[in-house]
Design a protein around this ligand. Structure first.
Ligand code: NI
Ligand code: MN
Length: 230
């Protein structure tokens, strides 16, 4: 059984039963809702996954990668930027629709309908498509949708996902009603909202998401710092 910890906005940490630590989209510095800062990870991180290059997802990623020596998993262009411009030594490039069996389990990138600009100096040549990701750890298939609109592609995930982590904040991504429809399409065992309440433009009440799912799956609204077994 794996442990899933929410660190605010779209940042989630997965710890496998064997102790492998995986971090997704660590926007911590400058995020008033984050429960920890980058120093929290000290040298205890094995993999860092980025869904796309926007500043509220890259966040502290490169500092954490340097500090921990963890391996970055991202799209080819984002991984190339990390290696060639940021000097990150351990990168594993992938792309949408592809999966890879890592020592801790499988990672597969999924379609996300959103923007792909990398918010960083010298990144112009590395603009890429955004992605979602399905991480399989200890037999649990965790889908982190990244930033995305509701798309019909989510129907392809039906039967492939145990825990669905979905943006609900509206304005930049799905709002709570569309995210509720996404739960109906994916039919996970559990759904968790993210990407809401961090700043004014996405200040959405997660209860609207709970109502919109209409019982298609149990919803767990996590608070920053909260950890659950999945
Ligand atoms: Ni974004
Ligand atoms: Mn975002």
């Amino acid at each position: 059984m794996a442990t899933l910890t929410f660190h605010g906005h779209s940042c989630f940490e997965i710890v496998a039963a064997d102790g492998t630590r995986i971090l997704i989209d660590p926007f911590l510095t400058g995020n008033g809702t984050a429960d920890v800062g980058p120093e929290h990870f000290d040298d205890r991180l094995d993999y860092l996954i980025l869904t796309h290059g926007h500043g509220d997802h890259i966040g502290d990623a490169f500092d954490i990668l340097r500090q921990t020596g963890a391996t970055l998993i991202a799209t080819y262009e984002l991984a190339s930027y990390a290696g060639e411009v940021q000097g990150i030594e351990k990168v594993h490039p992938m792309h949408i629709g592809g999966g890879w069996d890592f020592p801790f389990g499988r990672v597969k990138l999924t379609v996300a309908l959103h923007g792909g600009k990398i918010d960083a100096d010298g990144a112009e040549a590395y603009t890429t498509n955004p992605a979602g990701v399905v991480v399989t750890v200890d037999g649990t298939r965790i889908y982190h949708a990244g930033d995305t609109a509701l798309t019909m592609d989510m129907e392809l995930l039906q039967g492939e996902v145990d825990v669905a982590i979905l943006p609900i904040g509206d304005n930049f991504t799905m709002g709570p009603e569309d995210a509720g429809r996404a739960v109906g399409m994916i039919r996970p065992r559990m759904a968790i909202p993210m990407h809401f309440a961090t700043f004014d433009l996405i200040d959405v009440d997660p209860e609207r998401f709970v109502e919109a799912t209409a019982g298609a799956a149990p919803i767990t609204v996590m608070s920053p710092g909260e950890a659950i077994d999945v």
